[in-house]
Design a protein around this ligand. Structure first.
Ligand code: PMP
Length: 308
């Protein structure tokens, strides 16, 4: 676990010292898991530091809150500005941003009062490659978890809610216990869903496949970026149901996420995937993706929001 830290945290509209950003032990969120959040990266680019897909992340935050009928007492525009302010106030050129809305002092009881307002914090700090730099170049070993992802119409995986990450913790902890770098899970139909915090892509015969949103996944913004970058490179991406055995005979297999970025998978359940190293299509996608930040890939989508 990375211990993270910075100088200031944005808390309900004010930048306060990191150590003062605390909540009471009787906060609703601690007892009932009532939070929604985002993970966003800030990259250094030739035009200065830029936030990747800031607007889409904040829209997803508000959509997650909407699903849970959680009232965030700020506008999306204010939160976008607050994210920039938090990075700037901490004088960070490269950062991971964590906006988190939660039910705090709303009284005891499962069902919060209808007029309850969420608290909102935004933290910005250094967070290196989630699975390590070696993972990006050489890949990781993953195992299919004995835990399935959440069933439809139980806890919505389309909302990035704190509670969903209990499922992710079971998947990730089991994987570590079995000696894998990361765990991936199937949905309740036993088709491939996603990693503990990553979307999954399989390459076979030059075509890229990924599970559809109906496979209990979070619709990742990196996943969406891969759709666009693959198109640029002339590859077809198909959202299709993927069986467990399809992973074993894939030419390439990789995972995506804001924290993870694009990481090749070299083995699944101890079975080598393709050549067992970074495959050509994964490599091309990585180059396009990281090229957005080095300036080699033209940002025709307007995904980069300058900090200043
Ligand atoms: N699935 C889950 C469960 C996640 O936590 C994440 C990380 N936010 C993703 C997928 C990837 O989403 P994104 O690319 O938007 O970070």
């Amino acid at each position: 676990m990375a211990k993270v830290n910075a100088e200031l945290i944005w808390f309900n509209g004010k930048l306060i010292p990191w150590q003062d950003a605390t909540v009471h032990v009787m906060s609703h969120v601690l007892h009932y898991g009532s939070s929604v959040f985002e993970g966003i990266r800030v990259y250094k680019t030739p035009q200065g530091s830029c936030i990747f897909r800031l607007h889409e992340h904040i829209t997803r935050l508000f959509n997650s809150a909407k699903i849970y009928r959680m009232d965030i007492p700020f506008t999306e525009k204010q939160v976008v500005q607050a994210c920039k302010d938090t990075v700037n106030a901490n004088k960070l050129e490269v950062a991971y941003l964590r906006p988190l809305a939660f039910l705090g002092d709303v009284g005891m009881g499962l069902r919060a009062p209808l007029d309850a307002k969420a608290d909102l914090i935004i933290a910005a700090f250094h967070w290196d490659a989630y699975l390590g730099n070696d993972a990006i170049e050489n890949g990781v070993n993953v195992g299919v978890s004995s835990w399935n992802r959440l069933a439809p119409n139980t806890m919505p995986t389309g909302a990035k809610a704190g509670g969903n990450y209990l499922s992710s913790q079971l998947i990730s902890m089991e994987a570590k216990r079995h000696g894998y770098d990361e765990g991936i899970a199937m949905d309740i139909n036993n088709q491939i869903s996603e990693g503990s915090g990553q979307n999954l892509f399989v390459v076979r015969h030059g075509i890229i496949y990924t599970p559809p949103t109906s496979a209990s996944i979070l619709s990742g913004l990196t996943r969406d970026a891969v759709f666009e970058l693959a198109k640029e490179l002339g590859y077809e991406v198909r959202e299709e149901t993927i069986s467990r055995e399809a992973l074993y005979i894939a030419d390439e297999f990789f995972m995506t996420g804001t924290a993870t970025e694009i990481v090749p998978i070299k083995s699944v359940d101890g079975i080598k995937v393709g050549s067992g190293s970074l495959g050509p299509i994964t490599k091309a996608l990585q180059e396009k993706f990281f090229g957005l930040f080095s300036g080699k890939t033209h940002d025709k989508w307007g995904w980069l929001t300058p900090l200043n």
